[in-house]
Design a protein around this ligand. Sequence first.
Ligand SMILES: CC(C)(COP(=O)(O)OP(=O)(O)OC[C@H]1O[C@@H](n2cnc3c(N)ncnc32)[C@H](O)[C@@H]1O)[C@@H](O)C(=O)NCCC(=O)NCCS
Ligand SMILES: Nc1ncnc2c1ncn2[C@@H]1O[C@H](COP(=O)(O)OP(=O)(O)OP(=O)(O)O)[C@@H](O)[C@H]1O
Length: 231
Amino acid sequence: MFLVGLTGGIASGKSSVVQVFRQLGCAVIDLDVIARHVVQPGYPAHQRIVEAFGTEVLLENGDINRKVLGDLIFNQPDLRQLLSAITHPEIRKEMMKETFKYFLQGYRYVILDIPLLFETKKLLKYMKHTVVVYCDRDTQLKRLMQRNNLSHEDAEARISAQLPLKDKARMAHHVLDNSGEWSITKHQVILLHAELECSLEYLPLRLGILTGLAGIAGLLYLLTRYLLPSP
Ligand SMILES: CC(C)(COP(=O)(O)OP(=O)(O)OC[C@H]1O[C@@H](n2cnc3c(N)ncnc32)[C@H](O)[C@@H]1O)[C@@H](O)C(=O)NCCC(=O)NCCS
Ligand SMILES: Nc1ncnc2c1ncn2[C@@H]1O[C@H](COP(=O)(O)OP(=O)(O)OP(=O)(O)O)[C@@H](O)[C@H]1O
């Protein structure tokens, strides 16, 4: 199996692209979904967030108030770092568990939607391919303001909390340009999917594991045949 790291900027279209990969039958792990899961009440990250940020970041039912926490961290880099230090290790643990499940199911590759792939760099070395969902800054700003109902200033703060999308596009193996009509993006996704499906990059790991298993089986055979006393 090999890993494909898909990233982009806030509201550049990652989830929309990932939806197409899912429809095409791909295994996909979305780190934003995991990030929401690990901060639910009862999870260690939830308690640490309350300790670090206070009960002001909670809703009445005990859930994290994402709007309040978002406004805090997107305007203050030190608080952003603090939240990342609490959540990222938990997110990575969950991500590894989900990846392993797909590996056991025999998928040739897994697409990991990792919004901060190039910012944190921690997971970059495991990615055989990197994909950036790009759109120009004006389009990104417009879509973000519209989707999240944000002011121009708040949307700017969220975009500025990440590396510029142009820089990410330069670092990626594949770029999907989502600045225009959705049908154009969808066509690019279908082409990339075809390219990944043809890849034989899953073979080395699979052959390595099969060889390892065959070795263990051979060793067990020799042990039982020659070393154990015969009845
Ligand atoms: C701050 C929070 C509560 C805001 O929640 P909200 O529902 O408004 O946004 P959502 O979770 O859908 O994230 C939307 C996008 O914001 C961007 N984003 C989120 N966290 C960060 C961060 N720490 N730094 C930069 N960008 C970020 C990503 O592009 C992400 O795709 C939430 O994003 C969060 O818990 N962030 C910390 C965990 C994290 O780093 N997630 C990013 C993926 S690992
Ligand atoms: N080509 C497109 N044309 C018009 N609207 C689009 C296009 N692509 C995405 N959108 C819209 O832009 C918004 C952002 O897209 P999406 O949610 O897929 O981005 P994202 O990168 O996953 O965002 P985030 O990670 O910040 O949650 C959504 O409202 C989506 O419907």
